[in-house]
Write a protein that binds this ligand. Structure first.
Ligand code: PHE
Length: 453
């Protein structure tokens, strides 16, 4: 096992963390939520959630991981957490493993669509049916089919194994350093193209015109939940990644940079999607996650000149966003298994990832209409998604805040934020205030509102 792995450069660790944060949450959840919940009014609230709550919680996950220098459970133990506290880390690992099972399947769909865009088969449509129903049928066969979705899911799992086996610096960091610039480049190109379509301004208005009357407490809680999911909080990812941060990494600055870039991608995604939809008069089309990206957007591409080029670029972007997120969430378990059982990365990868072949197959198969793979009336896929994202993530976030705010060894937040005195500790009091009082309370409200609905 040798020395503890570390990221090799500042840019690399930011690329990897942004790679985790930027995922389907930015592409298919944020734009639709913003549009439905008051446009710029929602954006302001979202920004407040990201910077007032998200950043401090991110800094506390970073502080925990870098001080503990281990996996999500080991980090608690290494900084001397009393007995029940490491259970927060255990919950984070459970949540991340559950998410991994279904996120692999979704990442598989993105690759399937990328491939179908490259070969052009996505646009071989039967004559005589509307574009919407043709693409809906395609989507049904592509995500509920019995072989293709599985093959692409297995392909994503193999990519994950390939990257994780190579290690933190040579695998995760190198991949992120290559793919993140590609993602930003494609996003900028698509933004320019979409904004220059005729009627684009109408779409920007749709997306961003402020409507404060839509803001109520449930919209605020939604924005908070979305911000936490999008920043990859409460999954053990940031604890694990920060255990690879060098001692010189400035935690507050890193958290701000990652959050800003994640926000930028989410807003730019909206500026890609809404102008294009408005320009082709698809305003009544569904903006629900999967239908938005797998039906509505292919309709847009079909109506544009150079259909396949835009389709390939978009699904490339989606694939990069999804795959870098799967890798970060898989690393949580790989790090845990290799630290806890003192085995090599290769063995830890296999122990962690081989069962995922089975679990993701179950998730994928649970989606077909007549599947018996249901728990409490919903598919295994939706069940894992619900339990992990709506229950476990808030619980873990509250646990981390309460532990780091109240019970961790005195001064640890201060020391980590100031790199043991070598940079300013100015942000520390505000961050500690937030993680002690404000964040746990508001996250608890998100959790309660989930149970009330
Ligand atoms: N931040 C990710 C997103 O927006 C959330 C995520 C990370 C999900 C890692 C799964 C794995 O999609």
């Amino acid at each position: 096992m040798g020395d503890k792995a570390q990221f090799g450069s500042k840019l690399g660790l930011i690329a990897a963390t942004v790679g985790s944060a930027v995922g389907l949450g930015n592409v298919w959840r944020f734009p639709a939520e913003a549009q439905a919940n008051g446009g710029a009014a929602f954006l302001i609230i979202y920004i407040a959630c990201v910077f007032i709550l998200g950043v401090p919680v991110m800094v506390s996950e970073f502080a925990l991981g870098r001080a503990g220098r281990s996996d999500a459970i080991g980090s608690f133990k290494n900084i001397g957490a009393a007995k029940p506290w490491w259970a927060v880390g255990a919950l984070a690992i459970c949540a991340s493993y559950m998410i991994l099972c279904f996120y692999m399947v979704v990442a598989g769909w993105t690759i399937e669509y990328l491939w179908a865009s490259i070969t052009g088969s996505l646009y071989d449509l039967a004559a005589g049916t509307s574009l919407e129903s043709s693409f809906t049928q395609k989507m049904q066969s592509m995500i509920q089919g019995s072989t293709d979705p599985l093959i692409s899911t297995y392909f994503v799992i193999l990519i994950n194994i390939g990257v994780l086996v190579v290690g933190v610096q040579k695998g995760i960091e190198r991949l992120s350093n290559t793919l993140m610039p590609v993602l930003f480049l494609v996003l900028i190109i698509m933004c320019c193209v979409s904004l220059s379509l005729p009627g684009a301004a109408e779409g920007v208005k749709d997306f961003l015109s402020p409507d404060f009357s839509k803001i109520n407490s449930s919209v605020v809680l939604n924005a908070l939940g979305q911000a936490f999911f999008s920043l990859s909080l409460g999954m053990g990812i940031l604890i694990t990644y920060s255990s690879y941060f060098p001692n010189s990494t400035k935690l507050t600055k890193t958290a701000l940079t990652v959050s800003l870039l994640d926000l930028l991608v989410a807003v730019m995604m909206g500026l890609v999607i809404f102008p294009a939809i408005a320009s082709f008069n698809l305003k009544d089309a569904s903006l629900e996650g999967t239908t938005l990206v797998f039906v509505t957007l292919p309709e847009v591409f079909q109506m544009m000149p150079w259909t396949r080029l835009w389709s390939v670029l978009f699904f490339l972007l989606l694939t990069v966003a999804a795959v870098t997120s799967t890798i970060s969430i898989a690393e949580v378990s790989v790090a845990f298994v290799s630290d806890r059982f003192k085995i090599s990365r290769i063995k830890a990868c296999l122990v962690t990832m081989l069962p995922i072949f089975v679990f993701s197959t179950i998730c994928s198969m649970s989606l077909s209409g007549d599947s018996f793979l249901k728990i409490g009336g919903v598919s295994v896929f939706d069940f894992l998604d619900n339990v992990a994202t709506n229950i476990l993530l808030p619980v873990v976030s509250i646990g981390v805040c309460v532990y780091m705010g109240w019970f961790a060894p005195k001064g640890i937040m201060n020391d980590e934020i100031s790199n043991y005195g070598s940079v300013s500790s100015h942000p520390a009091p505000a961050i500690i205030l937030i993680i002690r009082y404000v964040a746990p309370l508001l996250i608890a409200l998100v959790l309660i509102s989930y149970f009330m609905n």
